[in-house]
Design a binder for this molecule. Sequence first.
Ligand code: ADP
Ligand code: MG
Length: 627
Amino acid sequence: MGIKRRHSLTYKQTLVTVMTVFVIGLAISFYQIAVDLKQERLRVDQMVNQVLHVLKSPAAQAAFNLDNSLAQQVVNGLFDYPPVLQVEIRDDVGGLLAMAHRSRVDSSMRWLADILVGNTKVYQLPLKWSERVTPVGVVTVSVDPYLVTLGFFDRARLVLLFSIVQILVLALLLSIIFYVTLTKPLMKTAASFDAINPADNTGARITMPPGHEGDEIGLLVDKGNRVFEEYRQHIWQQEEAEAELNRLRNLLSNVVDSMPSALICVDVDFRVIQWNRQAEQVTGIAATQAAGQNLTSVFPRLAQEMGHIRGAIHKGLSSHDQRLKFTEEDAVRLYDVTIYPLTTNGIDGAVIRVDDVTELVRIEEMMIQSEKMLSVGGLAAGMAHEINNPLAGILQNIQVMQNRIQGDLPGNIKAAEACGTTIESVAQYLAERKVYDMIERIREYGKRAAKIVDNMLSFSRKSSRQMEPHDMIGLMEQSLELATNDYSLEGGLDFRQIEIIRDYDKDLPPVCCEASQIQQVLFNLLKNGAQAMAEHRGSAGGSRFILRIRGDSRSVRLEIEDNGVGVPEDQVKRIFEPFFTTKPIGVGTGLGLSVSYFIIKENYGGDLFVEPVPSGGACFILQLPCG
Ligand SMILES: Nc1ncnc2c1ncn2[C@@H]1O[C@H](COP(=O)(O)OP(=O)(O)O)[C@@H](O)[C@H]1O
Ligand SMILES: [Mg+2]
């Protein structure tokens, strides 16, 4: 820490002292000189008067007698004295008896002498002679005061010179003294101040310059140490407070970040002041980027909520909007948006909570759907029960009817003859009127209805007795075999032309189930897939199934993926409903998936759903718990 010499205390103190001493010294010197000057003037007067007094008698005598030579002698006598410039003696009527004159000596100090002691000093002495009342003449002497006071000027110069030397010596001494006693210890103390870092906790203190314990420097050091101590204490308290503040801030931001909702705070100008992790995820914008930005520029989807945000800020109103639709990358997602005023001293902004409820809504809808299916399933089963008995009666009677119109049974031949006809003509008539065909068709329709009723009955058929552990790969392969050999597959498709890719996990756990039920489900799914692929291509060419079986200790997941027409988005929920079919009458009953769904859900507590295949087609997923 350097101080310019001009600003140093030594310099300032010395300068002030020396200036003071200089002024005082000069004043004293001038006073001395002035006193000296006054005395010098008096001395000149005295001296001239004394000389005039001595020469008074001879001069008076010369004037009285008008003796020119005596007068000249007196004049010469006076003129011997060098300061005398001019001497003249005149008689009482002004006649000049004698005179002498010389020029003034020139000198560099002459101007000063002229100011201080005057230019020329003239003395006049009237000359008296014995009893005469009036003077008999007059002596006039002009003196050059400069020459008289030459000694004075020498003395004055000496006095001034001495004063200056004295002051210079004093300045030097004072500089040294001030430096040693003041500047040096102060500089040391300052260096000691510099060496201390108030922020470190070593307890370092300013060193006391030796011998200054009781004086002002000591006081300064003591005060400095005390200030440092208080400052350290203060810093320590501040650090504690900051640590506590940071801890609370962390806690708060962790709490806010762990919330599953996007939480956003804006100030009264709609600028973002809080942006939690969920908000980062929903928008893909980091909190650091969002801070200070206008809400609509970082979360444009909230533009429709600006009215409510304004209401919260200006009127303190809260709002809760449910199931708002935001389109994101072609997918529609649903959000609940809650807005409430942010109040501290007054209203400082608004808090916006955005919850993604897409999944929740989906689950809700699924639950409603499965409830609906359960009730429809129950209804169908009830109806099937009621229809089952009359249908059995119809089928049985048809069977009997067919028996009774056959030509070769003795009972029939006898009954015809009894009626006066032959069984042949009856047969001929029935054939002619196509009654055989009609009866056969009634039987076929009846059997078909019986098959539907049987399917419908399985809605209420609970788990059966033969629950045993089964290997899922085995069941899948058996179902495949069944489908391959099922020539009743409608639509003329041939299972053997379908490429089958198998992707089975090894070491799959066995699943406790009734083999025929799972086979029925898998058969339904395979049959649907084959039909969807045939529909897609008009034939089974290029069709392929990917069959996957994955499993862990808790469940086994079977996937049947086809490359068929796929399930349109709006039908995904409906395909599991009983009697929902897109196939022509006679081809589809709309019961395959619903029966499968009920078997898996009701009998096994598993799950059956469909997922779209991006390249086209549908993937039916069957999940079965292992237990
Ligand atoms: N793999 C599939 N690909 C495309 N659509 C399918 C598939 N499986 C089922 N579906 C659709 O689901 C409907 C219902 O199927 P399902 O219950 O088996 O009845 P059905 O096969 O008698 O029509 C079908 O009509 C069809 O529209
Ligand atoms: Mg089907």
